[in-house]
Design a protein around this ligand. Structure first.
Ligand SMILES: NC(=O)c1ccc[n+]([C@@H]2O[C@H](COP(=O)([O-])OP(=O)(O)OC[C@H]3O[C@@H](n4cnc5c(N)ncnc54)[C@H](OP(=O)(O)O)[C@@H]3O)[C@@H](O)[C@H]2O)c1
Length: 254
């Protein structure tokens, strides 16, 4: 399907070049879907008949121009055509696992921008541009257990994930008061066998006391495959009750 052909579902996924985001993008690229992905690296997916995929190679640590670009792109779409419109912020940056004072400032700034400033601005642009659309709108933020339980050596990650949870709570209240408002969920996905876990296991044990927990998860075979977690998240997105709890954990779903 060409990008201009009819589609009845619009899906946007950030951080889709690898890991969970790539598995999500693959699972969501179904016939009748128009998919937009955003990462620095390419999101390569096998073509699907009746679906269209557009990939933007962009840096989410520069979210202001990207949000303006997203708004302009959405304004150019035939919004009335989409029965469902989903925005999934999955991208995240983990700064070097170590005490905050030991982490380079640039890394901290980039993590804060990718993990929190980007979903804040992209959500605002998305909600503004789709305000008059009649389809069912859903926002999904991929959160983490570390947004709900603190861990030394991961302060920027813990803080930004807690921030995205609270962004979801506040947005859910705002959207519930708007005509055809979006349903909003910040969802913890569980532990997944991706580059992020490689980064945690590869940390300096002298700087990151929790490193052994991540080594144990890996050695104990407790990491789930990105495809298995993506399948659970796609099922969660498809629930009629989606948005009933703005902060949730996919492991609690059936
Ligand atoms: N893995 C786990 O065990 C685990 C546990 C709890 C929560 N999570 C959450 O699950 C989500 C996916 O994590 P993952 O494990 O799949 O991570 P990952 O393997 O590190 O992948 C991260 C994705 O985010 C993108 N990204 C990072 N920085 C970016 C930037 N500046 N601009 C654009 N894209 C950027 C990366 O693409 P590029 O590098 O190509 O830009 C990549 O596609 C994250 O929100 C993470 O916090 C993961």
């Amino acid at each position: 399907m060409s990008p201009t052909a009819a589609a009845d579902r619009l899906v946007i996924v950030t951080g889709a070049s690898r890991g969970l985001g790539h598995a999500l993008a693959q699972a969501l690229l179904l016939p009748g879907t128009r998919l937009l992905t955003m990462s620095r690296g390419p999101c390569e997916l096998p073509p699907v008949a009746g679906a269209a995929h557009e990939d933007w190679q962009v840096d989410l640590a520069e979210p202001l121009p990207l949000s303006e670009r997203l708004a302009a792109w959405l304004h150019g779409l035939p919004g009335a055509r989409f029965r469902s419109v989903w925005f999934v912020h999955n991208a995240a940056a983990l700064s070097t696992p170590a005490a905050l004072a030991e982490v380079p400032l640039l890394e901290l700034a980039r993590a804060a921008r990718v993990n929190l400033e980007a979903p804040l601005l992209l959500s605002a642009a998305f909600l503004r541009a789709t305000a008059g659309w009649s389809g069912r709108k859903q926002l999904l933020f991929i959160s983490s257990g570390l947004g709900r339980t603190a861990m030394a050596g991961a302060a920027s990650y813990c803080a930004t994930k807690a921030g995205i949870d609270h962004l979801a709570r506040a947005l859910a209240l705002e959207e519930a008061a708007r005509p055809n408002g979006a349903r909003v969920v910040s969802l913890a996905p569980g532990v997944i066998d991706t580059d992020m876990q490689v980064q945690l296991r590869g940390a300096d044990p002298a700087a990151f006391a929790a490193r052994s927990r991540f080594v144990d998860l890996h050695q104990g075979g407790q990491l789930l495959s990105p495809a298995a977690v993506a399948a659970k998240i796609v099922a969660y997105l498809g629930r009629e009750s989606y948005g009933a709890s703005p902060v949730a954990d996919v492991r609690d779903s059936a």
